[in-house]
Design a protein around this ligand. Sequence first.
Ligand SMILES: O=C[C@H](O)[C@H](O)COP(=O)(O)O
Ligand SMILES: C=C(OP(=O)(O)O)C(=O)O
Length: 358
Amino acid sequence: MNAPINTPINTACSSTAQASTLMSATALPLPAELRQRVVVNSTLSAQIDQQRQAVQRILSGQDNRLLVVVGPCSIHDPDAALEYADRLAALSDEVSEQILPVMRVYVEKPRTTVGWKGLAYDPDLDGSGDMPRGIALSRELMHAVASRGLPVATELLQPMLAPYLDDLLSWVAIGARTTESQLHRELASDLSAAVGFKNATSGDVQVAIDAMQAAAHSHQRFAMDRQGRPIMQETAGNPHTHVVLRGGHGEPNYQAHHVRSAVNTLREAGQNPRLMVDCSHANARKDHRRQSEVMLDVLAQRQAGDANLVALMLESHLYEGKQALTPSALRYGVSVTDACVSWETTERLLKTAAERLT
Ligand SMILES: O=C[C@H](O)[C@H](O)COP(=O)(O)O
Ligand SMILES: C=C(OP(=O)(O)O)C(=O)O
């Protein structure tokens, strides 16, 4: 028979259970502590607010520039990320009439099975999992990128991490592996930045459209406040969401017929038909060299009149390709997760896009 609800828990039993499962516990800094240590002052806050609005105007068709979320697949070396940010900030000035570049500062990685989970989890890249340092480093890095005048993009994977970083973000991805998750849809409904929902890894776009609908709603959700207290939060709902086509099951979904089908389904669902195409992942069949092909195809579709193609994503680093994560033998500026295009290719692609959109 079940114990009545107010029966005291058998503590001997519960501590035995704990002893067998809990290997270690380390306190993390509070979001409020890190926000005090790495401050978004009023000037930076006004800049981020403007950049969020610029992203949202593109997504709502009020600004016909192309939104390009571009940068490393993951950040493992903050110095290389800042060199990248310096180059992107300079390029951004050159193309700003036609393009709004937003830098990928991805500090969490969703894994298909297991693997390195990103700077926030393991900044020393050796499995030691120094999360207190990883979270602080992530905030410092995003702050440094934003202070260079660039809008910051990230994928939010762990909802508890959002209060440490969300004041610095101008665009957020909910990834292919979490678009269907209610918790991530609730998180999106609380964000002030625009959110792109990726189609599922299976290629299913409907889950991303469902996610937009869910995120537009107000939710009562479990959350953590800046003092680390668990709270019941009532979210406002986020009207600034869109679909990201990233291909699925190794097959692309960026071509004109895919885009037409996604746009029609979005319209039928009464959702924003403006889309982002991710030039990487299954759209590039996991071959970074194909990202250029995808980008040029999407630009051609847009030049042919498809005004719903308002945004692109590129995985790009200082140098081309990827490398194994061997901490003692890392090459500077090369991805340790998915392969990326080089800076030279990135520059050429963004300049080509700017010329074609003039
Ligand atoms: O963008 C990054 C990867 O595609 C994603 O994190 C999955 O990576 P994995 O399949 O190597 O685990
Ligand atoms: C993990 C990513 O993408 P996806 O969710 O599409 O696999 C990513 O963009 O880093």
